[in-house]
Write a protein that binds this ligand. Structure first.
Ligand code: PLP
Length: 373
């Protein structure tokens, strides 16, 4: 059947229905939305608050926009920002905060938005890991002055590339769209740069805290790879997205089934594992966050990889080392919780290519390993 609407229009209409936002802009990636939002608000040289365990690309987007990132530590039980943690940053006179639903676990957005309103601090809801989740009774993506979604490699809806910036402020949307229209198109050069950077970063982040001299490399690497923060896609890059979005309910159901398999297998290991992260109502897990002692994480991860479970990963490394290197002009507060989480989480895969049998095998590998080590 031929659709009257183009794929991009269908994606936009789906996202508007999902989040009740009137304006949404399609992007090369979510990071471009942060850059465009800050630019459209005319925010420059200002302090922008980031969770200290979020993805480095959020830091890059803030730097690219000409602003000053400040890390905020997160709650040890939820891995997310709280109003208490944000209050500690008030003396720095921040103008924007970018709360994230880490691993798909909803952040307390109602309280954070009230806090933002009270202190005249704008809120960009980072939904990169939580598409389809419900947050404080509302769809993820419907909170704050704007929200960003990611459809990049490994995300809940994985189109390899792509993202969206959502808002209900038409004037802001017009200005953000104007800025975005001038950004480069995703092409083979950007793809090649992305592959190079991904390989480098995967190696670097595991050694940066044990070898702080590596941090000297980040300013030069940012000069080479920083262009990867902001780009847009050609219309043809959106062709698969309407189908991927239509499939979101099955995608979410599959994640819930695999999550239940991991929960059941791991529940008897609670004396060995660290306490599981709190899962508020409405959570949709991006990957299953197995919370384990840092020394055990390295050996268990190596064991899983040896056994062929290559998509067990260790995101997100603490952002503090890279931030101190790229933004030395602000004294970054200590972020012990984010640092500890960065060293003690294994992400177990929940994507559609993981079958129930795969998850059962991975769970058995973990159980056997921890019971015998
Ligand atoms: C927590 C978080 N926020 C934001 C982003 C940005 O998404 P994108 O890669 O589409 O720019 C990512 C993913 O890379 C992420 O993991």
């Amino acid at each position: 059947m031929k659709h009257a609407l183009s794929p991009t229009r269908r994606v936009q209409s789906y996202l508007s229905t999902l989040t009740s936002r009137s304006d949404n802009m399609l992007l090369g990636r979510a990071a471009a939305g942060i850059w465009a939002a800050l630019g459209a608000w005319g925010i420059r040289d200002q302090v922008i608050l980031l969770p200290a365990n979020t993805c480095y690309i959020v830091l890059w987007a803030v730097l690219k926009s000409g602003n000053r990132p400040l890390l905020v530590d997160v709650d040890p039980h939820t891995a997310n920002l709280t109003v208490d943690s944000l209050n500690a940053a008030l003396p720095f006179a921040p103008t924007v905060v970018i709360p994230c639903h880490m691993y798909g676990l909803p952040a307390p957005m109602q309280a954070i938005c009230q806090w933002g309103h009270q202190h005249k601090i704008k809120v960009i809801e980072d939904v990169a890991l939580a598409l389809g989740a419900t947050v404080d009774g509302q769809p993820a993506g419907s909170w704050g002055d704007a929200a960003i979604l990611s459809f990049g490699l490994g995300k809940i809806v994985d189109n390899q590339v792509g993202g969206a910036l959502l808002t209900s402020d038409a004037a802001f949307a017009r200005e953000a769209q104007r800025l975005l229209a001038e950004t480069p198109l995703w092409d083979d050069r950007l793809m090649s740069l992305t592959n190079q950077w991904n390989n480098l970063y995967w190696s670097l982040h595991q050694y940066e805290s044990v070898n702080p001299r590596l941090l000297d490399l980040y300013p030069q690497l940012f000069a080479i790879y920083g262009d990867l923060t902001v780009y847009r896609l050609a219309a043809g890059d959106w062709e698969d997205m309407p189908k991927l979005l239509r499939h979101l309910p099955e995608n979410i159901a599959h994640r819930a089934t695999l999550t239940a398999i991991y929960d059941a297998a791991l529940q008897n290991l609670h004396s060995t594992l660290l306490p599981p992260l709190v899962r508020p109502a409405g959570s949709i897990l991006w990957r299953y966050p197995l919370h384990i002692q840092a020394d055990q994480r390295a050996v268990l991860l190596a064991h899983l990889w040896e056994q062929g479970v290559h998509d067990a990963t260790r995101w997100y490394p603490p952002l503090r080392p890279m931030t101190t290197s790229l933004a030395p002009f602000l004294p970054q507060p200590l972020t012990p919780v984010a640092d500890a989480l960065g060293a003690s989480v294994i992400n177990l895969p929940l994507d559609e290519h993981v079958s129930l049998a795969d998850a059962q095998r991975t769970a058995a590998l973990i159980t056997n390993f921890l019971q015998t080590s």
